[in-house]
Design a protein around this ligand. Structure first.
Ligand SMILES: [Ca+2]
Ligand SMILES: [Ca+2]
Length: 305
């Protein structure tokens, strides 16, 4: 004879605890990937790739690595140097998001944000240039945003190419100290008239030296002007150009990106976040801890009955 499955108090408590733990995770919070091993991102660690190809082109030992040499958070960061300057595949693409950002009339979510921290490896300036773009879902091209970091003797030059009068227009945003970590926040609103995309780059947010610059970005209007199909975005793409032997590049840490839509800006549709750590270092917020405490208390009370 089979007893009717009963719901034990233990199961109820476990279920309750599960619900409470779920509630304790803020809606839209990015899962923080851990488990990074020291050494190359592979590629392959956590879905980092060369876009349409799994490996990176022209990637020799020491060109890119997860390292303990410097860290903004925890003990690890990602150093990138001496890479491939190609606009296409073969340079590091961050893990693709589960949504795609681009012009709304083409059916894409129109808003993408990215935040990361960087620090020059050599304060003296080694001429390293790292360009940061969006990557396409096909993993075969750069698109969307563009931010250029150059490690010069005077500091790290940060700028972007805007698009004006059917041509590139360079905009220098700031020259930053090459001995400190710097925060970069990027907010992109993609529109149906590509030269009117609104991209804001903010450097050192939250400090007295914060600098912000808003305008368009060249890839979308450039493609339209040259008759290429529109290329939406679902990742970040890093390209480097520098001396193959001497440049040591930049450390990157605490990288995150999100996709949302301006019609419902409070809802994060997709996100990615990493501190390049081996283990989780995020500390739960006090409110979450309190909720967790209540859950444990409920469990203990049930057990005592
Ligand atoms: Ca190389
Ligand atoms: Ca870190």
């Amino acid at each position: 004879m089979h007893d009717r499955p009963s719901v034990s108090p233990g199961r109820v408590a476990c279920a309750l605890l599960g619900v409470i733990i779920c509630l304790a995770v803020p809606a839209g919070a990015a899962p923080i990937y851990t488990g990074y091993l020291i050494g190359p991102t592979g590629p392959g660690q956590d879905g980092w790739s060369g876009g349409a190809q799994p490996g990176l082109t022209n990637c020799n030992p020491g060109d890119e690595e997860v390292t303990t040499d410097a860290a903004h958070s925890g003990t690890q960061s990602w150093r990138y140097s001496r890479g491939y300057g190609s606009p296409g595949q073969g340079t590091p693409f961050s893990p693709p998001l589960s949504a795609t950002a681009g012009a709304p009339s083409l059916g894409y979510a129109d808003t993408m944000t990215a935040t990361f921290w960087f620090k020059a490896v050599l304060p003296s300036g080694d001429g390293q240039v790292v360009n940061i773009y969006n990557g396409t879902p096909a993993g075969d091209d750069r698109t969307g945003i563009n931010l250029y970091l150059e490690n010069t003797a005077a500091g790290v030059s940060v700028g972007t190419w805007r698009w004006a009068n059917n041509d590139y227009a360079w905009e220098e945003i700031a020259t930053l100290s090459s001995t400190e970590w710097h925060r970069v926040d990027i907010a992109a609103l993609f529109t149906d008239t590509y030269a009117n995309d609104v991209i804001t780059y903010t450097l050192d947010a939250g400090t007295g030296g914060a600098v912000s610059s808003t305008g368009n970005s060249w890839p979308h209007p450039w493609r339209e002007f040259n008759g290429y199909t529109y290329a939406p975005a679902d990742s970040l793409k890093f390209c480097a150009s520098s001396a193959e032997t001497s440049a040591l590049g930049f450390y990157f840490d605490d990288l995150s990106c999100t996709i949302s839509d301006s019609s419902n800006p409070d809802v994060v549709i997709a996100s990615y976040s990493t501190g390049f750590e081996a283990q989780e270092t995020a500390i739960p917020e006090p409110a979450s801890l309190a909720l967790l405490g209540l859950g444990v208390l409920a469990l203990v009370r049930r057990r005592k009955k």
